[in-house]
Design a protein around this ligand. Structure first.
Ligand SMILES: Cc1cc2nc3c(=O)[nH]c(=O)nc-3n(C[C@H](O)[C@H](O)[C@H](O)COP(=O)(O)O)c2cc1C
Length: 345
């Protein structure tokens, strides 16, 4: 498994791994020439899973199952704590199999106040991972929430993929009802349809990340690690799925129609504060950011430490979000929805 994680790190660091989607291209904010605000009044605070964060941004789950992953996790943890935003850890499957790998994920000492979200593939529930294993991870790593990821496409193209996705909803329901911390379900790049969103809400999960197309493409990445046939499959399915904006808008509509009280997270291709503002305007509580922060951590600019590099990237998100709010006259995040103009998607 360490080889696979090393491949992921190398490929994500050095190659173009994104799918194509012009996210939110048909949506714009109405510019406000007279914001009647001081820039310092812009308030980007957001509530998520019972806590207040300084930005509606979370560092999404990224790899941790190799020595290099420990360094990356520690860098991301320090930055997340400084910006007062939550952070997801990459899959902890390795740690369940071999407890000596705990150190790769154990960022609580590095960031004592950080809101940390654990992670496993939901499909692992069909391959021997139990509720007790998840509970142990929550205790051992002092996690604040737990995420199960849905990655059917990745498992199909991954040479060593686990493809038995039967009866997972029922297992997710049991975990959602038993785990003492919030359970987040996240797609990893194919997007969630509104009907699947609804099934998950009815199963009692605490939050849903639509994880759409437009950012890191896991089908494509696995193709790059596979044989010739896998490579063809990876190319074919690189742009599979619902774009993040479409998935978010469709799920937000269902959420509103049925008055569901679950936070929506939008991850996949979110690359600046304008994306964040648009996602929040159409219904996201939080926006997940992966690849740009991963790259900042592993390939800092000359003269920068990895931490400075990640902080620079997060500052860019923060500034561009604040500028978007100021220049559209939105003092609070909740003002954004009334400032956006949509053409039909
Ligand atoms: C290097 C790397 C490793 C990842 N590992 C995981 C993982 O272990 N579990 C998971 O749920 N998602 C994982 N992801 C997927 C991200 O959480 C996210 O869903 C995806 O990268 C889309 O966001 P982005 O376009 O901002 O990168 C990983 C992403 C990257 C870049």
């Amino acid at each position: 498994m360490a080889d696979r994680k090393n491949d992921h790190i190398r490929i994500c660091q050095t190659q173009n791994v994104e799918s194509n989607a012009e996210l939110f291209a048909k949506m714009n904010f109405v510019p406000e020439a007279l914001p009647e605000l001081h820039f310092s009044e812009i308030n980007t605070k957001q509530e998520f899973f019972g806590q207040t964060f300084d930005l509606p941004i979370l560092i999404t789950a990224m790899t941790g199952g190799v020595e290099k992953g420990q360094e990356i996790n520690e860098t991301l943890a320090l930055a997340a704590e400084k910006f007062n935003i939550p952070m997801g850890l990459g899959s902890q499957k390795m740690m369940i199999k071999e407890p000596k790998f705990k150190k790769l994920f154990d960022i609580r000492k590095t960031a004592p106040k950080l809101f940390i979200i654990g992670n496993l593939g939901a499909v692992s529930l069909n391959y021997g991972i139990s509720l007790e294993d998840i509970q142990r991870l929550v205790d051992d790593l002092e996690l604040n929430a737990f995420a199960l990821h849905l990655n059917a496409l990745q498992e199909c193209i991954q040479p060593e993929g686990e493809r038995n996705f039967a009866n997972l909803l029922q297992k997710i329901e049991i975990i959602a009802k038993t785990l003492p911390v919030p359970l987040l379900i996240k797609e990893v790049g194919s997007g969630l349809s509104p009907s699947t969103f609804q099934k998950l809400v009815n199963a009692g999960v605490s939050g849903i990340d639509v994880g759409g197309k437009g950012g890191t493409s896991w089908g494509y990445i696995e193709g790059l690690r596979a044989n010739k046939e896998g490579e063809r499959l990876g190319d074919l399915f690189r742009n599979w799925g619902l774009p993040t904006d479409e998935s978010l808008i469709a799920c937000a509509k269902v959420k509103k129609d049925f008055q569901y009280n679950v936070p929506l997270v939008a991850t996949g291709g979110m690359r600046n504060g304008l994306h964040v503002a648009k996602a929040v305007a159409v219904g996201a509580t939080m926006v997940g950011v992966g690849l740009p922060l991963f790259r900042a951590a592993v390939s800092p600019l000359k003269g920068e430490t990895p931490l400075e590099s990640v902080e620079r990237e997060l500052s860019f998100f923060k500034k561009s979000l604040s500028i978007t709010m100021f220049c559209s006259g939105a003092k609070m995040l909740s003002d954004l929805s009334s400032r956006i103009v949509r053409e039909s998607l």
